[in-house]
Design a protein around this ligand. Structure first.
Ligand SMILES: O=P(O)(O)OC[C@H]1O[C@](O)(CO)[C@@H](O)[C@@H]1O
Length: 525
């Protein structure tokens, strides 16, 4: 890459793109114009444009679940209809957005009161996976846009510690629980919701309190009603929205209460702007398509097994976690949508951490380890937290890291540096190999103007489309997740067996031994 930069002063302009508040510099990749031409030919060879159209027009491209994939309809700001099985879904989408607006405003204005007549101050979203990670990321990133009197909390883990540690800070009289579950059958969520309900009823002394302190977000009215939540207090979404693509729906209710519906809709508008870019730009000028092609190139042709996501923005600290589900649950697949087993690598391991913290943790491996690790660096140009020169230092670190990864440090440069420090002979020779950086590590720098609802919407939508494009090229159905079912099934079998006396012979010796140990030492003893 050093040589490519030296040979072409226009490389940055040639290999950077803009869409609204998003600026992508992809010049620090091992690419030439030829590489890009070949990669876009690859996209053409799998009829990517046709797949994009099929997604957009509501075809059932989620073949194993026989569903349309239309999270783009949730943020459609235009007037055109979006058809699923011949029916326009936009009126229902707008109706739920209106209902979210009415409800979130009434909570924010103090019109929706708790059972004892007090204002709501704390919202607890109970959900897991897509019913947790997306809204949690957004709530954290957009906190400065929030209402002063409202705090949000996210409980996902069935580990009793998660709920207990949250409840201990809360007053039931001023707390609203938003039980968020697409299926409303996820055991972890239902158990957390049941325990929260018991806490509320015990502390407020009446079952009748539930109606003022519990609302639901789901596609399953029957299960919501069976749980004891009035369907009038249920916010609907639809089976054509995948869990990991659902933060744009009523799954964002907690966020809407926190930041207000105008900001929530600004986030939808940002996502819509990215959708329009994605659906209209030629592949070689299309940000999600280019990110996908670069990722495929490193993954499949260079054997890079992982992809790092490094937000230089503390408020995006949970972005890697959200993208882990988005990417790995979508493309962590080894058979094609037609059921053929693939003989090449597909979805990479997504990982990452907020910069600069990770510079002091795992960056050593990026700089001098043996692996090829493509990385995305995400950074806002303006900060919402002006504090002395903190932001300049943050930016400088981000730029320095991508530069160091790209340039490396040659043996000659390292030798000169050591000599300048007064080293020579044996001492210099011994240290020299440790001071050499191979470089040539690829990265994308994604600059946001500023962390706004609009920019965040564009950023997340950009990654959704990247994952879709990769799935199409690898021949996968990116919208099912059968792989997470098996462990769930086994857990249901093991739960009753944790009690004494139950036969465990169906299991392997390891699982049997661990159950026996738990019976002896754990189990609340
Ligand atoms: O919203 P639900 O139905 O509770 O599901 C939660 C999560 O569980 C999964 O189905 C599997 O982990 C995810 O895809 C989903 O986001």
């Amino acid at each position: 890459m050093r040589d490519l930069f030296d040979a072409d002063p226009g490389r940055f302009e040639r290999f950077s793109l803009e869409c609204g508040p998003i600026f992508l510099d992809y010049s620090k990749n091992r690419i030439t114009e030829d590489t890009l031409r070949l990669l876009t030919e690859l996209a053409e060879s799998v009829d990517l444009a046709d797949w994009m159209l099929r997604m957009r027009r509501g075809d059932h491209i989620n073949v194993s679940e026989n569903r349309a994939v239309l999270h783009t309809a949730l943020r459609n700001r235009g007037n055109e209809p979006v058809l699923v099985d011949g029916q326009d879904v936009m009126p229902a989408v707008r109706e739920v957005l209106q209902k979210m607006r009415r409800f979130s405003e009434s909570v924010r204005q103090g019109e929706w009161l708790g059972f004892t007549g007090q204002r709501i101050t704390d919202i607890v979203n109970i959900g897991i996976g897509g019913s947790d990670l997306g809204p949690m990321l957004v709530a954290r990133a957009l906190r400065p846009y929030g209402s002063v009197g409202i705090r949000t909390h996210f409980v996902s883990n069935v580990d009793g510690g998660h709920l207990s540690e949250t409840l201990v800070k809360l007053d039931p009289a001023t707390t609203l629980f938003v039980v968020t579950s697409k299926s409303f059958t996820t055991p972890e969520t239902l158990l957390n919701a049941t325990s929260a309900r018991s806490w509320l009823v015990r502390r407020l002394g009446s079952e009748a309190a539930v109606a003022r302190h519990f609302v639901a977000v789901s596609t399953n009215t029957q299960a919501v009603t069976a749980f004891g939540i009035d369907p009038a207090h249920m916010f609907e979404f639809w089976d054509w929205v995948g869990g990991r693509y659902s933060l744009w729906s009523a799954v964002g209710l907690t966020v809407a209460i926190q930041i207000g519906m105008d900001h929530f809709e600004a986030m939808l508008a940002g996502a819509h702007e990215m959708d329009q870019h994605f659906f209209s730009q030629p592949f070689e000028r299309n940000i999600p398509v280019l990110l996908a092609l670069l990722g495929i190139w490193y993954n499949t042709c260079f054997g890079a097994h992982t992809h790092a996501v490094i937000p230089y923005d503390q408020s995006l600290a949970r972005l890697p976690a959200h993208l882990q589900q988005l990417d790995m649950e979508s493309n962590g697949k080894r058979v094609t949508r037609d059921g053929f087993t693939l003989d090449f690598d597909t979805g990479p391991v997504i990982w990452g951490e907020a910069g600069v913290n990770c510079q002091h943790a795992f960056f050593q491996l990026l700089h001098q380890g043996t692996r090829l690790i493509p990385a995305d660096f995400i950074v806002p140009m303006k900060t919402l937290y002006p504090l002395g020169n903190h932001h300049d230092i943050l930016i400088a670190n981000c730029l320095a890291q991508t530069q160091a990864l790209m340039r490396g440090k040659s043996e000659q440069e390292a030798r000169q540096e050591l000599a300048a420090q007064g080293l020579s002979g044996e001492a210099l020779a011994q240290l020299l190999p440790h001071k050499v950086f191979p470089g040539n590590q690829p990265s994308n720098t994604i600059m946001l103007d500023k962390m706004t609802p609009h920019a965040l919407g564009s950023l997340i939508a950009m990654y959704e489309h990247k994952v879709f494009v990769q799935g199409v090229i690898w021949g996968l159905n990116s919208f099912d997740q059968w792989g997470v079912e098996y462990g769930k099934q086994l857990a249901q079998r093991i739960i009753p067996q944790l009690a004494d006396e139950v036969d465990t012979h169906e299991h392997d010796a390891s699982t049997r031994g661990l159950i026996a140990r738990y019976r002896r030492l754990g189990h609340g003893r």
